[in-house]
Design a protein around this ligand. Structure first.
Ligand code: SF4
Ligand code: SF4
Length: 467
């Protein structure tokens, strides 16, 4: 990589616009250690959480086909969609607050892109191909046996890791127990999932294995958003120009030069290929690699650390750093949204029942000699019950409806709520004579068998022939 980076184009493209592949050197230091611990902690959470079961239930299970989302003891359904608004709003406010105070800390420490690339993919690359210089040399050499064998081994290991990442991700959506079953079956038995897995594996391989920093520079929406959320008080990784310049260069005497010895280690360490000495740039993901690289050099030349450090534009100009009013506004709004979301979750009805007409015809008429015609209405009753212990429920009619001759028939007269959501078939039988203009409204009670508590009363419209 050129040590003198061009100002008029991206540092990861050449004069013709072709990509210049970045081979950052590995740095050691305080921030590298902190980032390493944070990344491994996050990777461990990602891999372990889908295997944690409490009371027989996976602690996070996002069942998209059933539109059931189980999160740490609470189930959300498709009809809880409005809660998504709180979730999205809360996420935007949280990111805005964090970015306004700590800058791109998310990119440097928690973004899956950074975490997986730096902790796994780059490590594999270094293990197979060697350090940054050897990797660059290998990249530039013509195809020969050494290059082919090293690249093959590297991509084979990338594929293994990508498969593992994708399967762990699928565990959140199909359940890890089922994932094991599926994995032991032929792909043709679960073609949809198999194709999803292949596509996701390809995307991960492409992005983490090859596209890398280009995603942060070209495609990441957060990269653009951060320039709106950040201000002159936000934390940034910055080069102290006042202290560093004029950097060591031919023509500059030792007495004139600043603390920057122009070693380019900060550039060589940068995974997005930029020179932090050119000022705050959108490509900077605040990974802190340049801080550690420069601190190591400062130690060697016996100058104080921190020529590149966490700072803010105000701080660099010698002004006091303060948290801006808008950061407090973000925090206050975030708090309001959180309270509203918690209230909304607690106000959710524990018991919901929905009557859906069951067959293509609204009613059937059963004719018997010497008795009035009997009408049958078929309903599929969808019940959601948020309590997480098995309970038996029955549908009960008030005595006045029984006196009218209305009967309920089902093969599940006692509904055992052993899961949060159930569908049962019920047939309402009644004499035609109870209808007025072809319909009759009645009230149906859902009762707890054990306590006789009426959990819900629903209105049902029975229909039949008008004449
Ligand atoms: S400039 Fe420094 S902090 Fe920013 S991406 Fe490059 S190495 Fe990381
Ligand atoms: S690592 Fe530090 S001393 Fe070396 S070029 Fe970068 S800023 Fe200058």
């Amino acid at each position: 990589m050129n040590e003198q980076l061009p100002e008029s184009r991206l540092s990861t493209t050449d004069e013709q616009g072709y990509r210049v592949y970045v081979h950052p050197i590995e740095v050691k230091g305080y921030w590298a250690t902190l980032r390493s611990y944070t990344s491994w902690f996050l990777i461990a959470i990602y891999l372990i959480v889908p295997w944690i079961y409490i009371n027989g239930r996976q602690v996070i299970l996002l069942d998209l086909p059933k539109r059931e989302f189980y999160l740490f003891g609470t189930t959300f359904y498709g009809h809880d969609g409005p809660l998504l608004i709180f979730l999205l709003l809360g996420f935007i406010l949280f990111i805005s607050f964090v970015t306004s105070v700590w800058g791109r800390v998310w990119c440097g420490y928690a973004c899956p892109q950074t975490v997986f690339i730096e902790r796994i993919f780059r490590k594999i690359e270094a293990f197979v191909e060697g350090g940054a210089r050897r990797r660059e040399k290998l990249h530039q050499m013509p195809w020969n046996f050494e290059k082919l064998s090293k690249k093959s081994v590297k991509w084979f290991l990338f594929i293994l890791v990508s498969l593992h990442i994708v399967h762990s991700g699928l565990g959140y959506f199909v359940g890890t127990h089922r994932l094991i079953e599926i994995s032991l079956q032929a792909p043709t038995e679960n073609m949809g999932l198999f194709i999803t897995m292949l596509v996701m594996t390809f995307i991960i391989l492409f992005d983490f294995g090859w596209f890398r920093e280009q995603f942060c520079i070209i495609a990441c929406p957060y990269g653009r958003f951060q320039s709106i959320a950040m201000d002159e008080n936000s934390k940034i990784v910055a080069y102290d120009e006042k202290r560093g310049e004029p950097r060591r260069n031919p023509g500059i005497t030792r007495a004139q030069e600043g603390d920057c010895v122009n070693c380019s280690m900060c550039v060589k360490a940068c995974p997005t290929g930029i020179d932090i000495r050119d000022g705050l740039q959108m490509e900077c993901i605040a990974c802190t690699a340049c801080i550690d690289a420069c601190d190591t050099i400062m130690d060697k030349v016996k100058k104080p650390r921190g020529l590149i450090r966490y700072s803010s534009e105000n701080e660099l100009e010698g002004k006091p750093r303060s948290v801006q009013t808008r950061s407090y506004i973000y925090l206050t709004l975030l708090f309001i949204v959180l309270v509203a979301a918690i209230t909304q979750v607690n106000l959710r009805q524990e018991f919901r029942a929905q009557f859906l007409r069951g067959s293509s015809v609204p009613y059937q008429v059963i004719t018997k000699s010497n008795t009035p015609d009997t009408i049958v209405n078929h309903f599929i009753i969808s019940i959601s019950y948020y309590r997480h212990h098995d309970e038996e429920i029955i549908l009960a009619l008030d005595g006045k409806y029984k006196d009218l001759g209305i009967k309920l028939v089902s093969n599940e007269m006692k509904i055992v709520m052993d899961k949060d959501n159930k569908k049962v078939n019920y047939f309402f039988q009644f004499p035609k004579t109870i209808l007025e203009d072809g319909e009759r409204s009645i009230q149906v009670n859902f009762m707890n068998v054990e306590t006789n508590e009426i959990l819900k009363t629903k209105e049902v419209i029975l229909v039949g022939p008008i004449k």
